[in-house]
Design a protein around this ligand. Structure first.
Ligand code: ADP
Ligand code: MG
Length: 697
């Protein structure tokens, strides 16, 4: 089958609706999608019925409201289309408009951070008409999935989608005010576009299943480096191995069926690390599709006898996985607000928007950092061998020169120019205005910004909600300042200059991974927040709460609850990791090392018994037993640290204690065991090594 035949075949798309709905109903649906409002109940019934018939033709027996609670994954509860049997015992199938639009799952088991007492268990799911329904083939049957928001009985958001939708409305409303200043009366809306590049690792499943750490936590908690890591740079863009290739081929087909425009596929830097990127789409759809893509990657890998690791740092010592969140703002008429055009130096609108970006990112660097934090990302950001968790913007030479010119009233131009390769048969290439800078967490890449801090397993709703809202605030401030200006051009130029001057410190074009940058960023006063627990408090800072409330994205209560949930999540995950380490060290590593030491001791005495020098064996035994002792001490210390923290009362206090006492105790236990792995006979080693895991797909 060709791509056009496969693409979107599992999606109840606009095209399907157009074909299957009466004209007037279709028009009503499109109008609600584009302008908001409510579907009439008769229209909802009609859409629901068409959806059900279409899904049944695809083999569906059930439907579900598909939502994104604050657990970090998606949730679904299936209900069949079956109706009450009649007197003859016959049954029909049905999906009513009411069931399409609203659901009421018992929500008491989802995280609410104190927003909802368990005794008030009601939560509501409500259809998000802007994201298309789709069918998902699963082992339990084919299910019609209806994307929904998830809110409490009193209307507070209990999910990732609700605030994202609110932020999209906010940035649109405020952005339009800015466009009106430039005489643009035609654009009706501004939309955020997002293209997430998804990195992942593949691992042979039978090997992965021998590692309790991978099973329970998604990352290795022990493991000595293999003889070959990523030093040769030979994996990046390298030839795709057969098994990985057949996984990618199947994955593409599955994603295309869901209308996900999977396009880029390549090997990433670390061994067994890869990337998939779709073509960008509107933020809401990109978020839903990224969730669906992550789920699909796991399912397809399983079919191929592998496991797909989405954790940010499955292996120490090699690159971790992120999700480059390409983000831009554009109008409903197709104008990209981040496109500098041919002459950015004359493009006042672009300059103002750029100044707003600088202000937004500088003012809310800590919030943006928080929006990209998850427990796994702590291993990837700010920790050892990881880029520092400092937010800065890479602008590239052209825009940096533009900013310098504006701030210092200079007139120097930087042209990208042509590239002559020096081979007569090669064409002269036109260079891009910006080079790439892989070390920047927030990089301008020609007509969009690439936010690279986001973790590979994370829901991208959170960073995009933050980005949209901080831009809404910057747009709002600009419009407030300039709407009444007597001479708009003069006022606008002055305002741009003021913003760029104030927020220039956030621009950094150099090597973001260097030590010098950490010192320079500190000198500039930029926050460097190495850990999630330290990032979380920003959610209830005064300026963050007032911004989110002003633009209707989060209430103070919702932010308070999210903070609580994030602390809880941190504490729970670190606790699980510590327990897995205790289990592996106590029941696998230490007993195996004892067996090895015992066999060494036997070797020493039998060699000595025949009067031969056994000093090598003895030395080795001494080394092993010394490390064994350190491992046992480390294990005892970790157990003690864990029980101390578990006895604490408040969740924030606990989260902080996990960070300051349990995490270092975990590292202290890991170190001797990793050292032992390098010297213990591999026949005695109880689990597959890094080399086994990384080089067997
Ligand atoms: P890179 O070379 O940075 O690795 P990729 O091709 O892997 O780039 O991914 C770039 C992503 O950016 C793609 O998802 C692409 O569709 C997306 N993208 C391109 N233009 C825009 C835009 N204007 N807004 C948002 N995303 C965009
Ligand atoms: Mg890429």
């Amino acid at each position: 089958m060709s791509i056009p035949e496969i693409f979107g075949s599992n999606v109840f798309s606009r095209a399907v609706m157009k074909e299957r709905l009466p004209k007037s109903i279709y028009k009503e649906v499109v109008s609600v999608m584009e302008n908001g409002g409510m579907l009439s109940s008769s229209a909802a019934d009609c859409v629901a019925d068409a959806m059900k018939c279409w899904a049944e033709e695809k083999g569906a027996t059930h439907y579900t409201h598909w939502f994104q609670p604050l657990t970090g994954s998606t949730a679904e509860k299936h209900d069949s289309f079956i109706t009450l049997p009649d007197a003859d015992g016959k049954t029909l199938t049905q999906l009513s408009g009411k069931k399409l639009i609203m659901g009421e799952p018992d929500a008491s088991s989802f995280p609410s951070g104190g927003l909802r007492a368990t005794s008030y268990a009601r939560g509501y799911t409500a259809w998000d008409i802007t994201s298309p329904a789709f069918v998902k083939e699963q082992s339990c049957g084919t299910v019609l999935c209806i994307p929904t928001v998830f809110v409490s009985y009193t209307g507070e958001a209990l999910d990732c989608k609700t605030p994202l939708l609110r932020s999209l409305e906010a940035v649109s409303a405020q952005g339009i005010r800015v466009l009106r200043l430039f005489g643009n009366t035609a654009a009706k809306r501004i939309t955020a576009s997002v293209g997430p590049e998804q990195e992942y690792f593949l691992v042979e499943r039978s090997l992965m299943e021998k590692r309790k750490d991978l099973i329970y936590t998604g990352r290795t908690l022990f493991g000595a480096p293999p003889p070959k890591g990523q030093e040769l740079d030979d994996h990046y863009f390298g030839k795709i191995r057969t098994r990985v290739g057949s996984f990618m081929k199947d994955l593409n087909i599955e994603l295309w069926k869901y209308g996900i425009t999977a396009t880029t596929q390549h090997n990433e830097v670390a061994p067994a690390q890869h990337e998939m990127a779709p073509i960008f789409s509107t933020a809401n759809i990109a978020v839903d599709q990224n969730n669906l893509a992550m789920e699909t990657m796991k399912r397809v890998a399983y079919k191929h006898g592998m496991s797909c690791l989405l954790h940010e740092k499955p292996y120490a010592g090699v690159n971790g996985s992120g999700k480059h969140n390409n983000w831009s703002l554009g109008t409903d008429l197709g104008e990209n607000l981040f496109d500098p055009g041919d002459k950015p130096e004359e493009n006042l609108q672009f300059q103002l928007i750029l100044a707003c970006v600088m202000k937004a990112i500088d003012k809310h660097a800590d919030l943006l950092r928080e929006s990209a934090s998850c427990v796994g990302n702590d291993q990837r950001l700010g920790a050892q061998e990881a880029p520092p968790a400092i937010i800065s913007i890479f602008m590239g030479d052209q825009l940096e020169a533009l900013i310098e010119n504006i701030v210092y009233d200079k007139d120097e131009t930087v042209q990208a120019g042509d590239l002559d390769i020096g081979v007569s048969t090669m064409p002269v290439l036109h260079k891009d205005a910006t080079d790439r800078n892989r070390t920047s967490p927030f990089a301008f890449t020609g007509n969009r910004f690439e936010f690279r801090m986001v973790g590979s397993s994370d829901n991208i709703a959170s960073p995009n909600t933050a980005l949209n809202t901080i831009m809404a605030e910057a747009f709002c401030d600009a419009a407030d300042e300039l709407e009444g200006a007597e001479d708009f051009e003069v006022a606008c130029k002055a305002y741009i200059k003021k913003l760029m001057k104030e927020h220039k410190r956030i621009v950094f074009n150099g090597d973001g991974y260097s030590k010098a940058w950490v010192a320079e960023a500190a000198r500039r006063g930029l926050p460097n927040i190495p850990c999630m627990v330290e990032a979380v408090p920003v959610l209830t800072h005064y300026d963050v709460v007032s911004m989110y409330e002003k633009f209707g994205v989060f209430t103070a209560a919702e932010l308070e609850s999210r903070k609580e949930i994030r602390y809880e999540n941190y504490a729970n995950r670190v606790s699980i990791e510590a327990k897995v380490m205790i289990h592996m060290a106590g029941k696998q590593y230490i007993p195996s090392i004892i067996s090895y030491a015992t066999s060494l001791a036997g070797a020493v005495s039998s060699v000595e018994a025949v009067g031969v020098d056994a000093s090598v064996q003895k030395d080795h035994l001494l080394k092993v037993t010394a490390l064994l002792k350190r491992a046992q001490t480390g294990l005892n210390a970790l157990k003690a640290a864990l029980s101390e923290v578990e006895a604490m009362g408040s969740v924030p206090e606990m989260a902080m204690a996990y960070r300051t006492t349990v995490v270092p105790a975990m590292a202290a236990l890991r170190a001797p065991i990793d050292e032992l792995e390098m010297i213990v006979d591999s026949d005695f080693w109880p689990v597959p090594s890094y080399g086994d895991l990384m080089y067997n797909v």
